[in-house]
Design a protein around this ligand. Structure first.
Ligand SMILES: *[C@@H]1O[C@H](CO)[C@@H](O)[C@H](O)[C@H]1NC(C)=O
Length: 505
């Protein structure tokens, strides 16, 4: 009796202690309104919906994972510290109100679909930091641009003409005309933000204690370099230590652009021209001798395609070239069979489906189907059951609807990769592809989503909104696609949308 009474007493005391402990814990780990505000501001939680602890926790876990913290979904000291760290004002996630779990991909940069359509860019100072001299500001901004210029084909020049500038640099405080949600917030917190291409506005919070060459305050050079990354089209990276990581990581002497950011900018714009490996001496693509290698600059193409892994190949005879952002890759042409084993030569058309990622090679009355560069079983097959005519001239995925279009003579067909049959009957090229000659020999969709048509040395770009050939075409294939011009300028069609869907969905 005595014992049990005493036990009961102990149990009660224990319960009370546990309860108090639990309450204390619960309070400090619960998401506050300002935590939700923070997640909303940076794109982790939708604006204008009821704050719900369950989705709040999942948003928090996503943010923690992105930042490199343990994705507990629970507010803890580490996460509080993160939230208190000064950072960029841009969102971490592309697009509004994107709700999804932790991104299941390798950690890395995020290239957006927004790019500059030229590489020689100008910047203009609307005003200067009130903590630094104009010269100090100018120098920090110039070094910030140079950091990126060193690893890309982009070039930057200051201009005093606001009418022709690409970037406008502004130091402002508080609400500065970008909407109340993008207002600056005094010292620390948000340090700056920038608009995606081709807008060009880069804003810095003038309440920050911007410094140069010092561990005190906030280093303008590094913050500006980060903001310019956005201004070129890069989103936030989840790689700690990368420049595009959203949280300010302090001043580093002799700062070098981290590898993750180099990959990001090069995926969007290509490498700096001088980094392209020089052609082996005496073997300029024009003058290569050997067993009937097609000439890189003067050959027409039989076909052109973007393969499932994003490589662009142009086909001629037994050979193919790999086409990169700044022309034909070194070491090409190579045998078609070094990529597509058992493929025919002198192909009619090649296209890779965006639905099943398979590559279809058409020749004569047959077609070959590849998965991951391997010929599928039972191929080649006869074309007849598909409803396609023999000896087609070009095949491509049209960005307008993602469907495979096949040209032959004055007609085109839509090929359904699920049934491997044409959908509907034959249609007339002239009715839909205004301004595109029916005699094109190859066509494909480049990384910018646009369709390009080729014949001989000419190519045409199709405008999907007006449904006709774009103005200024045809242009020279050798010059813009193969890098054969006298001027080593970047070819014009270099408007890359890397893995757009992966980043945006
Ligand atoms: C710079 O210009 C912006 C926009 O006109 C203005 O809001 C801001 O106060 C100016 N800042 C300074 C430091 O003059």
């Amino acid at each position: 009796m005595f014992i049990s009474k005493r036990l009961a007493c102990v149990v009660i005391v224990l319960l009370i202690t546990l309860n108090a402990e639990a309450k204390k814990k619960k309070k400090s780990t619960q998401l506050t309104t300002s935590d939700y505000e923070y997640m909303i501001k940076y794109g982790w939680y939708p604006r204008g919906v009821q704050h719900d602890p369950q989705s709040g926790a999942s948003s928090l876990a996503s943010m923690q994972l992105f930042a490199g913290l343990e994705p507990t979904g629970i507010m803890n000291d580490e996460t509080r510290e993160l939230i208190a760290t000064p950072r960029c004002g841009n969102r971490d996630i592309f697009g509004a109100n994107q709700m999804h779990g932790p991104p299941n991909r390798a950690k890395r940069y995020a290239a957006s679909s927004y790019v500059w359509s030229k590489t020689d860019l100008k910047y203009y100072f609307e005003n200067f930091s009130s903590r630094l001299t104009a010269e100090e500001t100018r120098d920090a901004i110039q070094r910030a641009f140079d950091l990126w210029a060193e690893h890309s084909p982009l070039t930057f020049q200051e201009t005093d003409d606001i009418a022709t500038t690409d970037f406008v640099i502004t130091f402002a405080t508080g609400d500065h005309g970008d909407g109340i949600h993008n207002a600056f917030d005094g010292p620390r917190g948000t340090l700056g933000h920038a608009y995606y291409p081709e807008d060009g506005r880069a804003h810095f919070d003038d309440d920050e204690d911007f410094t140069v060459g010092s561990h005190n305050g906030v280093n303008l050079y590094i913050v500006a370099a980060h903001e310019f990354g956005h201004a070129f089209g890069l989103g936030h990276s989840d790689v700690q230590g990368s420049l595009m990581y959203p949280w300010y990581q302090g001043y580093v002497e002799n700062y070098q652009l981290p590898q993750d950011d180099i990959q990001g900018i090069q995926q969007m714009y290509g490498m700096p021209p001088e980094d392209e490996a020089p052609a082996p001496p005496g073997a300029s693509p024009n003058q290569r001798s050997g067993d009937n290698l097609p000439d890189t600059c003067t050959s027409s193409w039989d076909a052109v395609d973007t393969s499932f892994d994003g490589k662009v190949f142009a086909f001629k005879g037994k050979y193919l070239w790999r086409i990169k952002n700044n022309g034909a890759a070194n070491g090409f042409p190579k045998k078609i069979t070094s990529f597509y084993k058992r493929a025919p030569s002198n192909v009619d058309a090649v296209v890779t489906s965006r639905v099943n990622q398979k590559t279809y090679i058409f020749k004569g009355n047959r077609y070959w189907r590849y998965t991951n560069y391997k010929l599928d079983a039972n191929f080649p097959k006869k074309l007849k059951p598909t409803g396609l005519p023999k000896s087609v001239s070009a095949a491509f995925v049209w960005g307008g609807n993602g469907k495979i279009h096949i040209f032959k003579g004055n007609h085109f067909y839509i090929f359904n990769e699920r049934t491997e049959k044409i959908k509907g009957g034959k249609r007339t090229i002239r009715d839909k592809w205004h301004g595109i000659p029916t005699s094109v020999t190859s066509a494909f969709q480049w990384k910018n989503g646009k369709t390009y048509f080729f014949r001989g040395d000419k190519y045409w770009r199709f405008d999907d909104s007006s449904l006709q050939k774009e103005r200024g075409y045809p242009k020279s294939k050798a010059l813009y696609w193969m890098g054969c011009g006298a001027t080593p300028d970047l070819p014009e069609p270099i408007r890359v949308l890397p893995e757009e869907n992966e980043e945006r969905n």
